[in-house]
Every structure is written in structure tokens, then in C-alpha cells.
Design a protein around this ligand. Structure first.
Ligand SMILES: [Mn+2]
Length: 190
């Protein structure tokens, strides 16, 4: 059985800024799906540089498992101010998925069991402790939301279920993004 996975990613700078320190992106190759939500520390051009370095590293190393992906990113961000990030890897053929996070980019899932998606404290590019990679199963009918702290975590998750990924992402950015921070989110619907 192959899952029908839909992904939407959106990010925007803090109102009044042009540089954006948040990034939310996804890459697909064959059955492999990779979703990353990144928050360069602070905001403005230096946050954007850090986030961009993480995106560049991930884009060039999409086939790595999450542990080497994070340690490679940490190396690549050493000369930047650093970032926090969450990365999700999904095998769209089997639904097998993995979650890993450093810092406070939150992830929540509904419909795939009670998976605690815990983030490891730290900063990618600076203090990075041993990464915890959490395997889980993405089942049909699930909704997963990953977002930076520029989006309030008080959105009503129940109302986001059984909807198209793009419509959920748009609502999060429109109604729950904070005025004083960059914002980014990824929505994965299966
Ligand atoms: Mn932020």
C-alpha cells in the first residue's frame, strides 16, 4: 500500500523586515520525502544566513539519515549564529517516518498514534547534544503540523484535521503567525 501524502510549506519574514530567518521546505525523491522547518536565531539578515546555510546543506545531502544530516548541518552552521530545526523523513511507500529536532520548532501529529515528538535542547551550529531520532508510522488520515515559534501553538488542532495541507498552512500563517517574529510551518497530510 502506498500512502497519498500531501505537503504544504510556507514562511514569511516578520512584518516590516525583508530578510526571513525562518524556512519551511520539502523535497521528494522517489518514495522518500524530507520536510524541514528551520528558525535561524533571532530575525533579520543574520538569521536568514543561518537558515539558508541549513537549507543548502540539507538540499545537497537529502539522502542522509537524520543523525548525520543534523551533525553535518551543525558543522555547516558553525560560522553562523545558528538555528533550531525539525526534520521529518517519510517513506511514502510504507508510511515509516522519522522525526528529529534541535530546539523549539514544534511538531504535532494527529491520527498516527500517540507519538511524543520531543525536541532535543540546543542550537544547530553551536551547542548540540545527542540527537534523539523518533521513528513513527504515518497512517492514512493523519495530519502533522510543524511550526516555528513565530506561530502560536494555541491554534485549534481539531479544526485542522481532514483538510488539504495548503489550506491548513494558509490558515496558520494568516491567523496564528506573530507580528514580532518570522514565521514558518509545514503541514503533512496523509
Ligand atoms: Mn523565531
Amino acid at each position: 500500500m502506498s500512502l497519498n501524502v500531501e505537503v504544504a510549506t510556507l514562511y514569511r519574514p516578520m512584518p516590516g523586515e525583508t530578510a526571513c530567518g525562518d524556512r519551511a521546505l520539502s523535497w521528494t525523491s522517489g518514495e522518500r520525502l524530507l520536510v524541514a522547518v528551520i528558525d535561524g536565531l533571532g530575525h533579520g539578515p543574520f538569521a536568514a544566513l543561518a537558515a539558508e546555510a541549513a537549507v543548502d546543506f540539507i538540499a545537497a545531502n537529502r539522502d542522509l539519515d537524520l543523525e548525520p544530516l543534523f551533525s553535518g548541518c551543525s558543522e555547516a552552521l558553525r560560522t553562523t549564529r545558528g538555528a533550531v530545526m525539525t526534520v521529518i523523513q517519510v517513506n511514502q511507500e510504507t508510511g515509516n517516518a522519522w522525526h528529529a529536532a534541535i530546539g523549539n520548532v514544534e511538531a504535532r501529529i494527529h491520527g498516527s498514534g500517540d507519538v511524543p515528538l520531543i525536541t532535543t535542547p540546543g542550537v544547530v551550529g553551536a551547542r548540540m547534544r545527542r540527537l534523539r531520532v523518533r521513528p513513527f508510522e504515518l497512517r492514512p488520515g493523519s495530519t502533522m503540523i510543524v511550526h516555528t515559534d513565530g506561530i502560536s501553538s494555541r491554534f485549534p488542532f481539531e479544526r485542522m484535521l481532514r483538510r488539504r495541507a495548503a489550506s491548513v498552512a494558509e490558515e496558520l500563517m494568516r491567523d496564528y503567525a506573530k507580528e514580532h517574529d518570522d514565521a514558518g510551518c509545514a503541514v503533512i497530510v496523509s
